[in-house]
Design a protein around this ligand. Structure first.
Ligand code: LLP
Length: 440
């Protein structure tokens, strides 16, 4: 049998069976599409768990016991995921009362949760304290004071970290480059704001400053960038120790580990990168005369992205003579906004025709009444592609369901988890009645 798509099987959980069908986690995509309908988000639960374990063992090797891995749950947030994180012993990063509520509903132990966001309202702060969130990662002096006030009213002392911007441009897509100083996030180290915020935090009576946080951006492939961030953060810890006598016990280095979406992307060796960071942190801490802080990482995408796949049914194949061919599918920007928003690359495969030659170049477009509703341009597909065929968009486990919308009143697809040859609905398909449920 001729395998024509070997290069595009970009993750080890993808395969092609004897029928020439694409499989995820060993399960035939056609069988799953028939059982659950399309569009359909599939998630390889075994892969998610394997990623959690790989991270936990890498940080253990690199830092001994003094480390945590927090799943950045904005990447994919629903009860089932928080249950996995609870079972795997992962911490979590949450960014809104909605994510907090979802985690609480999943029975997640909230003392292991870190609450981010550049603007936590008083209500958000109250909701997070009601839920017993372990750490607040604070982004502004107004917010620090508000957290302190609410903690005082409750007679508690709230653990906090300060989010700092080390001033690194991770050479990634501008909109996700958050470690730069010109950012809505964090207190800038180069501008002196970080030091001022530290002084303020140290003066508060109802908060406990536990350390510092930085997240330099997303889809980072160069290990050096993480080392540069660690360097700046450790030097800041040393400065604060020498000037204010406060030695930060915790340093959260954020997430951002890159994931390949196409065969052209590089592959980042995450355990190796974490090992390098471990060695670096050890040496530099010794050199600076500071105690090695407990290190946290906050990966989102690299835990769930390539566990995921979205399956669509083709509706029409339209050739505009002299221009291009459009292949329309029954989903689009409502379940995957990332091409429309960032021009993100994806691998799209003909799930039932994996052994056919790909000689047709087409734009795969969605069903919304909007020309910008494009999933990917210039996709190579078999000439026989036609209404009723299945297309699989790979690597959709991160920031797809979580950024989905009901534009055009399109219901959101279900999320189905694959584990040990079984399939379980984690989030059911939205119905038309769900769409009017909030309308009065
Ligand atoms: N920690 C913090 C504070 C973050 O802001 C983020 C992502 C992460 C961790 C996780 O980063 P990751 O490991 O997933 O790269 N919607 C965009 C991604 C935005 C990321 C925002 N922050 C996308 O679809 O690419």
């Amino acid at each position: 049998m001729i395998m024509r798509y070997e290069n595009d099987l970009i993750c080890e959980n993808l395969s092609v069976n004897n029928a020439g069908h694409l499989c995820l986690g060993g399960q035939d995509v056609e069988v799953l599409a028939k059982r659950f309908g399309t569009p359909l988000y599939l998630m390889d639960e075994d892969h998610i768990r394997a990623r959690c374990r790989a991270y936990l063992s890498a940080v253990k090797d690199a830092f001994g016991g003094r480390c945590r891995v927090l799943y950045a749950s904005k990447a994919a947030s629903y009860k089932y995921i928080y249950e996995i994180m609870r079972e795997e012993g992962m911490g979590i990063d949450v960014v809104s009362p909605g994510e907090i509520h979802t985690a609480v509903c999943a029975g997640y132990p909230m003392e292991n949760a870190f609450f981010h966001s550049n603007n936590k309202s008083d209500d958000d702060i109250r909701a997070a304290m009601d839920a017993g969130v372990g750490y607040f990662v604070s982004d502004s002096s107004e917010e620090l004071l508000a957290i302190d006030r609410e903690a005082a009213a409750r007679g508690i002392r709230q653990n906090i970290l300060l989010r700092l911007t080390p001033g690194i441009d991770p050479h990634t897509f501008e909109a996700v480059a958050t470690g730069k100083v010109d950012s809505k996030f964090g207190f800038g180290i180069p501008t002196g704001e970080a030091e001022k915020a530290t002084k303020l935090a140290l003066s508060l009576k109802n908060t406990v400053l536990c350390g510092f946080h930085s997240h330099i951006g997303s889809q980072v492939f160069e290990p050096d960038i993480f080392l540069r961030a660690a360097d700046i953060m450790l030097r800041f810890i040393a400065l604060v120790k020498s000037k204010y006598g406060f030695e930060a016990p915790m340093l959260n280095l954020g997430g951002g580990f890159g994931v390949p979406y196409t065969a052209k992307n590089p592959k980042l060796d995450i355990p190796k990168t974490i090992g390098e960071i471990g060695t670096f942190v050890g040496h530099l801490s010794d050199e600076l005369g500071i105690k090695r802080p407990e290190i946290c990482f906050e990966p989102g995408r690299s835990i769930v992205a390539d566990a995921g796949m979205t399956v669509y049914t083709v509706g029409s194949v339209k050739e505009v003579p002299g221009y291009r061919t459009y292949v329309s599918v029954n989903g689009g920007m409502t379940d995957n906004i990332r091409y429309a928003l960032y021009g993100s690359a994806y691998t799209i495969l003909p799930a039932l025709k994996m052994n056919e030659a790909r000689e047709l170049t087409a734009d795969v477009v969605g069903r919304c009444c909007e020309s910008g509703d494009i999933l990917q341009k210039n996709v190579l597909l078999p000439r026989s592609i036609a209404r009723g065929d299945l297309l699989a968009c790979l690597t959709t486990g991160a920031y797809n369901y979580s950024m989905a919308s009901n534009y055009n009143r399109v219901p959101r697809p279900p999320v189905v988890m694959l584990h040990g040859g079984e399939a379980t609905v984690a989030v059911r398909r939205e119905t038309w009645d769900d769409l009017v449920a909030l309308d009065l």
